[in-house]
Structures are given as C-alpha cells and as structure tokens.
Design a protein. Structure first.
Ligand code: TPP
Ligand code: SF4
Ligand code: MG
Lengths: 344, 410
C-alpha cells in the first residue's frame, strides 16, 4: 500500500502467530474477579484478546457487559491497565490513547517503546452508537490501535434489547413475540466488518472471528496489532442469557454460526481478502453449509419461529452465499447491469 | 480565515503582538507545550484551532493535532490522551459544547485536567452566532472549574494559570476558559507574549503519577462502583474542588512573581468600588460598556462601581458576599437565562443571591437581576445607565422587579 510521506509511523510489537494451541502462553492478563454469566463467550474473547496481546498493552472498554461485569470496584479482572470509555467512544478512546503515547514518546516525555492499544466495544456501543467515531478513527493512519467489537447480538447489559446487530426475528425485551406480531424485529443484521473494510481504504486490517476457533481468533488479533495503524476485529459471541440456551453449548453455537454460513470468517489484510477456516472450506466446496435450522432451534430467542420464518432466514443466508459479490463481505449482487461490469 | 499575526518571541525576550483572544490562547498552548489537541469546527471558538493549525503547519508547535468527526469524539479523544499522561487542549461553542455533554460529564469524574476554551455562543434554536453564557454554564454542577476572561491578555495568562491549577495533583479537575464570542474571540488587542523560560519556570510538566494509564502502572480506571462506593468517590471530587481556591491563589501569586503582571484578587475584579453606592456585576466582556458608563455616571456625581466575576466555579461565595454587602444595591447583569428559576433570574444572579444568604453577613443589599446581551446583542452605555438608575431607586427603598430584561424591543 502506498503511504503518504506525511504519515509518521511508529514501530509496533513483533507478534508472530501462535503455531498451535500448545504454543499459547500460560500467562493470563484477564483473570478472576469478573461476574459474567456462566458460558459467556464475550468474557472468553476478553481473555483471549489480552493473551494474544501480552502484558505491554493498554485496554479501553466501552460500557456494556464487559465493563459492568468485569470491573466491580475492588475486584477488577484486568492485569493490564484498563480504563472505562463511554458507550459510543471506543474509536475515540483508542485514538486518544495512541496519540498520547505517540506525542510523549516523540517529545521525550515517555520512554520509547511499542505499546499495544486496544479499545473494545459491544455491538450496541460499536456498531450502533459509536460507529461514527470508529469510522473516523480508522482513517487516521498515524496511530497504532485495535478496535475490537464483541458482538453478543444485543444490548445485553441493559437486559437484552435489540441492536442493529441483532439477527432477524430474535426475541429480545424490545422485540417480544406477541399475539398480533410474531416477528417484532424484522430488520436484517448490519454488515459491520464488511462496511468498515470497504469504507476505510487506509485501514490495514479488518477481520471477523469467533472464539470457538480460538487459535485463529488470537492470531487475527496479533496480526491486527502488529500490522500497525488503526485496525478492526469483529467477534461473534454466543451469550447464554441473551440467546437463551444452556451455557454448556456456547462453544457449539459459535461453531454452528460459522458452519451454517451465517457468520463468515475472513480477514482483509492490506486490501487482500482471505476467507478463513471453515468459511474457506465452504467457499471452496470442501464443506457443505449446515442448515440454519440447526443453529436457530437451539436458541430460545428463535423459539417462536415457524417453518416459514426458518425458510426466510435460510433464503437470506443462501442469498448471501449465492448472490453477494463477495459472500459475507460485499452485499452487492453480481448480476449488476445484466452481469456486465457497469463501466463497460 | 484566521491569519497568523503574532511572531513568537525567542526564548529570552518578551514581545508585544496585536492578536485576538483566540490567538492568545493558541499561543498559550504552544508555550505550554501541549501534547494532544482536538478540533472540530463551530464558530466562534474554532478560530483558536485555525491558529493552532498554522503553528503546527509552520513547525512552531509540536503536538498531535487531530480533527475529530464531532464534539463528543473531540472531548473523548483528549480525555483518554490525558489519562495516558498527555497535556491536552480542546474547546467548543454553543451546541457543539452541548453535543459533547456526555464527555463533559465524565471528565471531572475521572479527574482529568483537560483545558477547554469555550467561545461562548447562543444555543440553537434559532441559529445565532453571538455570545450567550448558557453553553459553558451547563456544566456548572459537574466538577468543572469555570473562568470568564475579559481581554486577550487575560485569555493567554489564564490559560497558563489554568494548566497550572488543573494539573496540580491536589486538584486534577478540568477547566473551561470562557471567552465571549466575537467580542473577545475575534477582537484584536495588544498582548504581551511571555518567554518560554518564564513559562517553564511557572508551569511544571504534567505528571499523572499514580493515575497514569500505562503498562508500568497497571491500574483499572473507573470500575463499576454503585451504592457501596459512589458517595465516597463523589466526596473526593468535592474535596478537590474545595482545595481549588487555595491553589488558584498560589498560582496567581507565582504568576505575578514570574511574569510581573498583577491580577489582584484572582476571583473577581473590582472597578471603582471603594466609595461606590451601588455596583453592577457580570462576567466577561460586559465589563467594557460598564466601565465606560461608570466613568460617565461618576462625572455626573453618581458613585457606581463594577464587580467582574472571573471564577464562576468554584464560586467565591464568601469573599463575594463580603464585598457585595458593602453596597446599597447590587445589579447582576446576566448574559444567560434560566427559565423557571427562582424569580426567573439568570444563573449568576441566582447564585449571587444564594451566596449572600449566609449568617456570616448581616447586611443584605437588594440584588436586582438584568438579563441582556443575549445572542450577541450589544449591551450599550445607555443600558448600563438604566441599570444604575434602577439600582439607585432600589437603594432608596423603592420596590423593583427581581428580574428585568434590558435592551429588549418593546
Ligand atoms: C450514552 C448511554 N446510553 C445508554 C447507556 C446504557 N447502557 C449501558 S450498557 C448498555 C448496553 C450496551 O450494549 P453493547 O454495546 O452491545 O454491550 P453488551 O452490554 O451487549 O455487552 C447500554 C445501552 C449508556 N451507558 N450510555
Ligand atoms: S448477558 Fe451475555 S454477554 Fe452479558 S455477561 Fe451474560 S453471557 Fe456475557
Ligand atoms: Mg451487545
């Protein structure tokens, strides 16, 4: 990627990929003291995120479950420095912390050293309220920081309300199935990672992850931190309370989200798109997508679905795989202007 | 577009330049070696950011200069930068300041010594560029220190003083420097530019110390606390604010020693009050027509004085009450409104009356409120003469309305 001579780039930490589960260090930087629900995958994301980043890291966290349940006064679970940031401010938090380190190190006010900056947010804080700030921060090539959006598909902390990232039809406290309307929430989930990748050409790294595939997820986080500049990682996190299922199947639900094709795993590294893991196998025809029914019917939030609802959901996922310009990434149809490139 | 007019002096010589209030604050930022600055356009404060941008572009000022995508981000970016040890500056006006309200709320709670310029501006709707003080006043309960300045020189000096006070470990609170839109932000005056050596002597480096967010100091900032600790945490902010007057006094005394400029009582300025019967009180550039009118009234034998309030937060209640109880009547000129407040008065009048209601003072002069100059309307010399007339009548025991609007079309 061509870089403007006016962009001043600082060194980042060398964070080679972990070559296998056994190579993952034992040290924990997110430990006991939290009180998330049993089976909370977002808490697992926090743990893996800082394990991947290591001790020379500053973490900033938006309001949400990963704030409220993780940092009870006097029993913080964070071993690395951590600071609360407002619900819509993860982009600004990452930018501000990175700018402070840069300025002070350049001016000799702070010891020069690459320090990871990670600002995390939920789907409500990141994909709804804080989208503008994240978008702006991804256009600042001079600052090294990662924004991690942990997506439990609702405003979970406030009692499970629908967000722009809640899947079609899901039962939330703002979208209960009723006598007249079975489906209160009829908006389709926002395509946040694809939108951010497509909309921010200077952003060197965007990835989707799911911690049911933990090693892959951690290595995406390491790459995002090492590559420099502002980067974005979006994780899909099963949430027993919000999705209404027995906590012991959290891991399995994460896998199903990927194997049904609902949550494609990919990375966009320096403008190059790579499908990852099972998603790549599906795309290459080496793995057959599972029916979405297997995923939906394991969760209480879809318990009110009829066969028609399941069929509709399946048809939307099929559409994504069969018609999108890039499945899961670019929601434009291939057959624009009768399959001819529009400029011809 | 703002044109840079000041040439910055070499380390050793104090120079004089013809600059605006906004430019004076930009120069103060450079002299204070601020590390991170965030900008977003809104008139009239944004001229300060135009001057900062020029200084940066010319290589005269080394800082991270970030143009944000909105005021909420503008204030959140510097808030986090300050937590990571950087000296920061930002600012806004009118609805821009309101757009940042959530960030403005948490900044003092986090004990962040952010310095923000408020180019005071009327709030929408209807759109109006002119000055009103309601924007800055909205944060008066939250733990911000708030100061109103009158001249470009005072703007520059107060910015340096604000860093010194805010970054004192006993304080660690943000400070808003209010500059009246147009009357100060855009008006040029001769300003003495201090030397770098003077500033270095006056202003130590920002040291976040035990609160620094850094891997060497792995703290958790602002954990969820709830009813078992929030009161104690609030009480710490209360205690910090209680310490501010003492630290302000120290800072002004050192300022006078190092820069040789005297501000007298830091909290409010008295003009022709020694023998005054009645006084007019207000904030910011209202002092200009007031001074002119007072000179005129005095030539006619009317002993009128002025009290110009500088520090609104912390409010210098005791000192001010003692001062005001000397007079036969007090007129408070508010460039703000507070609909439905006691006696429908402006904010400054309401607080002044509250300050006077104390048992350490036995004499309570009548306090009349005059609301004027809204939306940037000029407060004229005849307006001030009318206020003086009303005050004299009140002093003679005539019944007067608690609140009057001046300079209003019939
Ligand atoms: C400005 C603002 N509005 C509303 C809230 C209330 N609130 C606190 S946590 C939360 C949920 C956030 O949802 P999400 O970002 O998805 O995180 P989750 O709770 O799901 O982990 C909300 C709405 C808030 N803290 N701040
Ligand atoms: S509600 Fe969901 S995201 Fe929140 S702690 Fe429980 S499982 Fe985790
Ligand atoms: Mg959520």
């Amino acid at each position: 990627m061509a870089i403007s001579p006016f962009v001043e780039i600082d060194a980042t930490q060398k964070l080679d990929p972990f070559k296998g589960v056994k190579k993952i260090p034992l040290e924990e930087y997110f430990t006991s003291g939290h009180r998330t629900c049993q089976g909370c995958e977002s808490a697992l994301v926090m743990k893996m995120m800082v394990k991947a980043a290591g001790p020379r890291t500053i973490v900033l966290g938006s309001t949400g479950c990963m704030y409220v349940a993780n940092t009870t006064y006097y029993s913080t679970s964070w071993v690395v420095p951590w600071m609360h940031t407002q619900l819509g401010s993860s982009g600004s938090a990452g930018l501000g912390a990175a700018a402070a380190l840069k300025a002070q190190m350049r001016k000799g006010k702070m010891k020069k050293e690459p320090i990871n900056v990670i600002a995390f947010c939920g789907d409500g804080g990141g994909a709804d309220m804080g989208l503008g700030a994240i978008s702006a921060s991804l256009t600042h090539p001079d600052y090294n920081f990662l924004i991690l959006l942990y997506d439990n598909e609702s405003y979970a902390n406030t009692d499970i309300q629908l967000s722009g990232s809640t899947p079609y039809g899901a039962h939330t406290t703002f979208s209960p199935p009723g006598k007249m309307k079975r489906i209160m929430h009829h908006r389709w989930k926002k395509n946040t990672a694809g939108m951010l990748a497509a909309g921010h050409p200077e952003c060197k790294y965007v990835a989707t992850v799911c911690m049911s595939y933990g090693l892959l997820g951690m290595n995406c986080i390491r790459k995002a931190l090492e590559i420099g500049g502002p980067t974005f990682v979006h994780s899909l996190d099963p949430c027993p309370k919000g999705w209404d299922y027995d906590p012991y199947i959290s891991h399995e639900l994460g896998e199903l989200a990927v194997t049904t094709g609902i949550w494609p795993l990919y990375e966009v590294e320096n403008h190059t798109l790579r499908l990852l893991g099972k998603t790549k196998e599906i795309a290459e025809g080496r793995y057959v997508r599972q029916p979405v029914r297997d995923y939906l019917m394991k969760q209480g939030r879809f318990a009110h679905f009829t066969k028609d609802d399941i069929d509709y959901f399946q048809s939307k996922v099929d559409e994504m795989w069969q018609k999108w310009l890039i499945p899961g990434v670019i929601p434009m149809m291939k057959d624009v202007e009768g399959d001819k490139p529009p400029a011809e | 577009m703002a044109q840079m007019t000041a040439t910055l002096p070499e380390r050793g010589t104090e120079e004089t330049a013809l600059i605006t209030g906004s430019e004076a604050i930009a120069v103060a930022c450079k002299l204070a070696d601020v590390d991170v600055i965030t900008a977003y356009p809104i008139r009239p404060y944004d001229t300060v950011m135009q001057y900062v941008a020029k200084l940066v572009a010319n290589g005269e000022f080394d800082c991270e200069y970030i143009v944000a995508e909105g005021e909420h981000s503008q204030f959140e970016i510097v808030k986090h930068a300050s937590a990571c040890g950087a000296r920061v500056f930002t600012g806004s006006s009118g609805v821009g300041w309101m757009y940042a309200m959530e960030a403005l709320t948490v900044t003092p709670a986090l004990r962040i010594p952010m310095i923000a310029m408020v180019g005071n501006r009327a709030l929408d709707d209807p759109g109006a560029f002119g000055v009103e003080h309601n924007d800055a006043l909205t944060v008066r309960d939250l733990g911000w220190m708030l100061v109103w300045v009158d001249t470009a020189q005072e703007a520059l000096d107060t910015a340096l003083i604000a860093y010194r006070v805010a970054e004192d470990r006993r304080i660690f609170l943000p400070c808003g420097i209010s500059c009246d839109g147009a009357f100060l932000t855009h008006s040029q005056a001769m300003v003495k530019i201090p030397t770098q050596d003077q500033v270095n002597k006056f202003l130590p480096r920002y040291n976040r110390a035990d609160l620094l967010l850094h891997p060497d100091n792995p703290i958790t900032v602002a954990p969820q606390a709830n009813e078992d600790w929030v009161m104690e945490i609030r009480r710490q902010n209360y205690a910090a604010m209680e310490r501010v007057p003492g630290v302000i006094r120290e800072a002004y005394a050192d300022f006078e020693r190092i820069f040789g400029r005297k501000y007298g009582n830091p909290f409010f300025e008295e003009y022709e009050t020694a023998d005054a019967d009645v006084v007019i009180m207000g904030m910011g550039t209202l002092s200009m027509p007031t001074r002119v009118a007072i000179r005129k009234l005095r030539s006619e034998g009317k002993k009128v004085g002025m009290v110009r309030l500088r520090w609104f937060r912390p409010f210098p209640a005791e000192e001010l009450a003692k001062c005001l109880s000397r007079f036969k009547a007090v007129g408070v000129l508010d460039r703000d409104f507070s609909f439905g407040s006691p006696y429908m008065s402006g904010v400054v009048a309401t607080e002044t009356r509250a300050a006077l209601y104390t048992d350490t003072i036995s004499k309570h002069p009548p306090v009349l409120n005059f609301i004027g100059g809204l939306g940037g309307r000029e407060v004229t010399v005849p307006d001030v003469e009318k206020i003086a007339h009303e005050l004299y009548e009140a002093a003679e025991g005539k019944k007067k309305p608690a609140t009057q609007w001046i300079g209003l079309r019939e």
